[in-house]
Ligand binder design. Structure first.
Ligand code: 26Q
Length: 831
């Protein structure tokens, strides 16, 4: 983690806009403070200093960015285009300092100006342009792409309002708008000249063009302009700096506001408002009905702009459209950008006069699709009338793709009309729906899941017929996370210990962490390891006090579950455990209970009542348990409000135990599980998603496994799940449910948690009660293991040592090799 050499800048270490020395940075900061903020040191507020430093760091990125783009334009490169409706990139300043290797000089430069760097880092508003795992994965992949020197562009939407901010009032989640752009965003470069038009509505008709060819013309009723907003994405200690290009929607002035009379004027202004609404807000997941039409418009908007941009870049490179798939690999992050299949066909056939067959070959060669969910309610479909009204030409193309595809199915499986109906891009049961996962699959040369189990289940369930038809197109790429942000940046004390022990190099070759195994039983090393964890826990304890007022003891076992709140993730199973331990203490106050601090964090979708009730339950339990003198501090429960990337930075490093307790078969991969492991937490978990691979790597002895397997879950469901049986068998469980139902955690209100209790005891698709006994028993093992400090420390060290597989560098290397066939390109900084 040593800083990079400070002499690689074009004009030497001291140039004010590019130099990497402390002196050069300091001059850059003073220049930018005056020239971009119109401030001088005596009147600069902390935020002015933040902006001045951010701009100075951006100046340094831009030298690398220009060299990268210039190289990509001039040479024969293949480019990965990562299309995602979400990029949850987190705070940028610290990460850019780390990747440029100038954290030390920045600290020194600011100290010289009387400003504390950590104070500035804490000021940054993070761009919350994602819901959770899928958006954060996209951000980790951009970091690895740049670090591995892979030519890449991330394409997405510049939401004016990202994911809502979460407040907790009376134990309930309250949403407030995220105003991340209020103070300006120093990292983005708006490019008014890189703009494309996207049509909506209207009709199509057939025409004969000048060459006598039959073609289709689409006349939309409305056009929206997409303007590129670029954020530079620098690799770690390399010159590569790629682009995250986010599209902002704008009204077309000339189109709307010319030749109006009084009546038309307001209509035209209204049109402008609608156009600017397109990139206004990120939709939360798990909200199936909210803003359906706008969400589809958002998807088409960003996909169309992105594909038009690729065609423009191809023109700039002087390559024919026929080379599209030779130059671009377009990865679809779930089905959210899957309309790309039809839009690329439209652009090639209608706008570039490519024949259907050639266009189809290009499209399929260029596109690949990653699936992130098997939950039926999360599989995207769009009603036919909605799509026909908004995108009339696109729906025609989807029908033509489907017609040709189903012909192929009929040839392979003659007479099997049931199969044809199952595989069709259109669901014809009841109201007709376009199945976006089918569209993405048919239009891609590679389809992958995000963990071994998930990829296997994908082929057995959601895409079974497709896997039978085209087995060679199916892959697994297990997710990964960037060790730069989630170890080096967020856990500097551990990073230093790693450097001291195994030397630098692990940051870009995480398998090197294996060298730690040799120290797992070394008493002196163990002591240092514990010191690091202890200091991280003290930091979290302080943050908890600041955010919630709750005092926690940093000596207790820190048991952490942070992730979106969802029934399948089963935060309520964790809550049942806490009530179980609480009840044991009440019955026997002398009980030798391992002191634990339970930390929860995560947002519930605003329309997801059960998830919000789970948050209320956790807070209700906290209120009672934290204040009961009989408990005497041995149990503490914390709901840390507004879990986001910034908070994650000090939560993962402080965890002793990571809760990964989803119903087996439901969590596609999980990535939080990997962040915890890297930072030395032990996992209690089910055989789900990447937990399985984590356990394989770390070994059964170092992982607390419990619960039904995915197969067993299915068997129980097929036989008819009867939650009451589990209550009958287990008196403790019955008592725990009774305590909750009785109003103990709702200030006597016996109605509040009734929906939750009814759900658990009557018709819970996530089998919470079926796994309760095994979970509680395994947690007793955890408590016992914690008592043996040397054993626990050994397990903690081995978790970090064996986390190498879960680097996003490994994942990106697999995408490059198996799916994209892309090689690294060295970027030289021109002098
Ligand atoms: C869909 C339609 C309308 C509005 C919103 C959405 C929507 C938005 C986001 C649906 C789903 C998401 C996000 C899904 C997600 O984060 N999935 C997670 O992806 C991770 C990365 O692969 C996995 O590790 C997790 O297991 C998976 O749950």
């Amino acid at each position: 983690m040593a800083d990079a050499p400070t002499t690689t800048s074009p004009d030497g270490a001291d140039a004010p806009r590019t130099g990497l020395s402390a002196a050069a940075l300091q001059r850059g900061v003073l220049d930018n403070l005056l020239c971009l903020r119109a401030r001088y040191p005596e009147i600069a507020r902390p935020h002015d200093w933040y902006m001045a430093l951010a701009y100075s760091v951006r100046d340094r990125l831009l030298a690398r960015w220009a060299a990268s783009v210039r190289t990509y334009a001039a040479t024969d490169v293949r480019v990965a285009c990562y299309l995602s409706a979400e990029f949850l990139i987190g705070p940028q300043l610290g990460n850019n300092l780390v990747n440029l290797g100038i954290e030390t000089s920045a600290r020194e430069a600011m100290r010289g100006l009387g400003v504390d760097l950590d104070m500035l880092l804490a000021l940054e508003e993070e761009p919350g342009l994602g819901n959770g795992g899928l958006g954060r994965l996209a951000a980790c992949y951009l970091d690895s792409l740049a670090t591995l020197e892979i030519p890449a562009i991330g394409y997405g939407i510049r939401y004016e309002f990202g994911i809502f901010d979460q407040l907790i009032r009376d134990g309930w989640q309250v949403e407030t708008t995220d105003k991340w752009l209020q103070e300006g965003n120093p990292w983005e470069i708006v490019r008014p000249e890189v703009a494309f038009y996207v049509g909506f509505g209207g009709h199509t008709h057939n025409e004969t063009d000048a060459q006598g060819r039959l073609c289709v013309r689409w006349t939309p009723t409305r056009q929206v302009k997409g303007v590129a907003c670029d954020i530079p994405m620098a690799g770690y200690h390399v010159n590569t700096c790629n682009t995250l290009r986010l599209w902002k929607s704008e009204a077309i002035e000339s189109f709307d506001l010319q030749d109006f009379n009084a009546g038309d004027y307001y209509e035209a202004v209204n049109e402008k408002v609608i156009s600017e609404t397109l990139s206004k807000v990120l939709y939360p997941n798990d909200e199936p009905e909210a803003g359906k039409r706008l969400r589809l418009a958002q998807q088409y908007f960003f996909v169309s702009c992105s594909l038009q941009d690729m065609l423009r870049l191809l023109d700039i490179k002087g390559e024919p459209v026929g080379s599209f798939a030779k130059v671009f690999n377009v990865q679809l992050n779930d089905t959210h950008p899957s309309i790309a299949v039809a839009e690329l066909m439209r652009l090639l056939v209608d706008e570039r006069q490519v024949s259907w067959d050639e266009a189809w070959a290009i499209t399929r060669r260029a596109l690949a699709y990653t699936n992130h969910t098997l939950l039926p309610e999360a599989l995207e479909t769009w009603g036919l009338p909605l799509m026909r009204g908004l995108l009339p030409r696109i729906i025609e193309i989807i029908y033509e793709i489907n017609r040709r595809f189903l012909d192929e199915v009929r040839q392979r499986f003659p007479g099997d009309e049931a199969r044809v109906a199952r595989m069709s891009l259109i669901d014809e049961h009841g109201d007709k729906l376009v199945r976006m996962a089918h569209l993405a699959t048919v239009g891609s040369h590679a389809i992958n899941g995000v963990a071994e189990l998930h990829s296997a289940l994908l082929k057995q369930t959601v895409l079974r017929d497709f896997a039978e038809l085209w087995p060679e197109r199916f892959y697994n790429v297990t997710n990964g996370v960037t060790p730069r942000r989630f170890l080096l940046l967020c856990n500097p004390a551990l990073a230093r210990l790693l450097d001291d022990t195994i030397g630098a190099g692990w940051e870009t070759d995480l398998a090197q962490l294996r060298k730690l195994e040799a120290y797992a039983d070394d008493a002196a090393f163990q002591a240092r390891w514990r010191d690091v964890k202890q200091s991280n826990k003290a930091v979290l304890a302080e943050r908890i006090r600041g955010a919630t007022g709750i005092e926690v003891d940093a000596a207790a076992l820190f048991d952490v579950q942070v992730k979106r709140i969802h029934e399948y993730k089963r935060q309520h199973l964790n809550a049942l455990l806490i009530v179980t331990l609480y009840r044991r203490l009440l019955r026997n106050p002398q009980l030798a209970l391992t002191p634990r601090c339970f930390v929860f964090g995560g947002k519930a979708a605003p329309g997801y009542a059960m998830a919000k009730l789970i948050i209320r339950l956790i807070n209700g339990i906290a209120e009672v348990v934290n204040h009961n003198p009989l408990v005497n501090g041995r149990l503490k429960v914390v709901f840390y409000p507004d879990f986001n990337v910034k908070n994650a930075h000090f939560i993962y490093p402080a965890a002793d135990l990571s809760e990964q307790i989803s119903t087996a078969g439901k969590e596609a991969s999980g990535t939080g599980n990997m962040k915890f492991m890297m930072n030395g937490a032990l996992t209690i978990g089910t055989l789900d998603g990447a937990n399985i691979e984590i356990r394989e790597e770390v070994g059964d002895d170092n992982f607390f496994l419990f619960g039904l397997s995915a197969d067993e879950v299915e068997r129980v469901k097929r036989a008819g799940y009867r939650p009451a049986d589990y209550v009958k068998e287990n008196a403790e469980l019955g008592d725990v449910l009774e305590l909750i139902a009785d109003g103990r955690f709702s200030r006597g209100d016996r109605e509040m948690f009734r929906p939750l209790i009814d759900n658990l005891t009557q018709a819970d698709p996530f089998l919470v009660l079926a796994d309760y006994a095994a979970y509680v028993a395994r947690q007793d093992d955890v408590s016992a293991a914690w008592q043996d400090t040397r054993r626990w420390t050994r397990m903690s060290i081995l978790n970090t040592a064996r986390a190498g597989k879960f680097s996003s560098d490994r994942a990106i290397a697999e995408y490059c090799e198996k799916i994209w066939k892309i090689e690294p390109v060295r970027i030289a900084l021109d002098r």
